[in-house]
Design a protein around this ligand. Structure first.
Ligand SMILES: Nc1ncnc2c1ncn2[C@@H]1O[C@H](COP(=O)(O)OP(=O)(O)OP(=O)(O)O)[C@@H](O)[C@H]1O
Ligand SMILES: [Mg+2]
Length: 441
């Protein structure tokens, strides 16, 4: 039929779509005239197309708008789902890059630790990092300290022994030392997971609004417990561990106000050599707590921790911060020496006025220990083991101490003398110590 180029279907009442392919390409409209039911290429458009077009035309503009908005909403939903999926993939990729070292059986995973790192969970910020509180799925509550990675960028394995040190610290178990539960790290961050201490740090409690509630019995108990924690580090760990940043902010209080020594960020091991001291590469300790010998030797040993602990004892007695309240260049140690004349009898002049009742012999005894600890010469300071013993051997208690370290008692100036005037100038904002008649001696 390829030779057929003309045909006449006119006036046959035909219907349907006329194809446009093959020989139909040669025909024209006149070949199909008079067939109202026919449609196609050179005739009127076929009905179905006509219906769709007219249906679209018949849609109101409101419906068209709704249709467009619906399509838009659908695409937003799809885009959102895609973003969420991508985020969860990224998170799990990141989580895979974390390494978690557990120092005891943990009922949580690294993902649970990462979930704590939110702004609303921040409980403290220190010089070294941010601390977050976290509730673990198993019910445990932890404190997560976030530190930047230590070491040179690009030198993955050179962290100056930080990881090795953490491994050792994680093995420390003592009632008065905050327990390090785990350690998570990736290339940028170190996360130290500690047991959570609900009453925060001694520094915050003592110097915050609630300081007045910390009565003498609790302060004395905290002093003994913290001393036991430090004594353990110095004398029962092998090799011995220096804390290097003993301060009231690093003594944490549990739900029963029991003291736990915290934060071994600066702790390094004593070398096993006979000298027992080590050169410091960075500033050790916090302002107001640093032993005087550090300034000229840049060396620290256990006795530097003892000095810092003595400052904490003075804070407990006086309820004052170690620096900032006594004028330029005057810290709590100098202020106490000036005001009391380093005499046990002078302790009332520095006692925290917020203490309602204090057994004077206990106050005097703790003051005596504090002054031993802050002795200028490190050799004159007691060891932490001795500190624990002296603190426990309260005068009047049945046990006696075999340690006999004399407190240097300087002669007192006459009332109204120049030193007295200086004392009065340097007595800071709390100028009214507890009244004698409030003391139960
Ligand atoms: N295990 C913990 N439980 C409860 N709170 C904690 C814990 N560890 C730290 N904190 C809180 O976080 C605060 C900040 O601690 P962080 O150790 O970072 O700083 P700091 O001790 O004040 O100073 P530095 O950085 O010099 O040690 C603490 O004062 C304490 O309130
Ligand atoms: Mg700290």
């Amino acid at each position: 039929m390829q030779s057929l180029t003309a045909v006449d279907f006119s006036y046959n009442n035909l219907s349907g779509e006329v194809p446009s392919t093959g020989q139909f390409g040669y025909f024209n409209a006149t070949s199909f005239a008079g067939n109202a039911g026919l449609c196609g290429a050179f005739l009127s458009p076929c009905r179905s197309v006509g219906v769709a077009t007219s249906a679209l035309r018949s849609l109101s503009s409101t419906s068209k708008l709704l249709l467009v908005l619906g399509l838009l909403a659908l695409s937003v939903v799809f885009a959102g789902a895609a973003v969420l999926k991508a985020r969860s993939l990224k998170r799990s990729a990141e989580a895979r890059a974390w390494r978690l070292t557990a120092f005891q059986r943990l009922d949580f995973a690294v993902d649970d630790v990462l979930d704590c790192l939110k702004e609303e969970n921040v409980i403290g910020k220190g010089g070294s990092g941010i601390v977050y509180k976290g509730a673990m799925p198993g019910g445990a509550v932890v404190a997560v300290k976030r530190l930047p990675a230590i070491g040179r960028a690009g030198a993955a394995h050179d962290d100056y022994g930080f990881s090795a040190e953490i491994q050792t610290l994680g093995r420390i178990r003592h009632r008065h030392i905050v327990r390090l539960l785990g350690f998570a790290a990736n290339r940028e961050t170190n996360l130290l997971v500690y047991e959570y201490m609900p009453n925060g740090s001694l520094g915050e409690v003592l110097h915050g609004k609630k300081g007045g509630h910390l009565q003498w019995a609790t302060r004395f108990k905290i002093a003994v417990e913290a001393a036991k924690g430090l004594c353990y580090l110095h004398h029962d760990c092998s090799p011995p561990i220096l804390h290097r940043d003993v301060k009231s902010n690093n003594i944490l209080l549990d739900a029963d106000f029991e003291a736990h020594v915290a934060d071994f960020g600066l702790a390094k091991f004593l070398r096993g050599n006979a000298g027992g001291s080590e050169c410091m590469s960075a500033i050790a300790g916090s302002y107001g707590y640093i032993a005087p010998e550090y300034a000229y030797t840049l060396k620290v040993d256990e006795k530097s921790d003892v000095y810092s602990f003595g400052v904490v004892l003075l804070e407990l007695i006086a309820g004052r911060k170690p620096v900032g309240e006594f004028g330029d260049g005057v810290d709590i140690v100098h202020w106490v020496r000036t005001v009391t004349g380093s005499s046990k009898e002078g302790v009332m002049k520095i006692a925290d006025p917020r203490l309602s009742t204090v057994p004077l012999y206990e106050l005097t005894h703790v003051f005596y220990v504090a002054m031993l600890c802050v002795a200028e010469q490190s050799v004159e300071r007691p060891t932490m083991r001795e500190v624990v013993q002296i603190l426990a051997d309260m005068p009047g208690s049945t046990s006696t101490t075999s340690i006999d370290v004399p407190l240097v008692i300087e002669p007192k100036e006459e009332d109204g003398g120049p030193e007295k005037k200086q004392q009065q100038q340097q007595e800071g904002p709390h100028d009214s110590p507890p009244q004698q008649d409030l003391l139960s001696i």
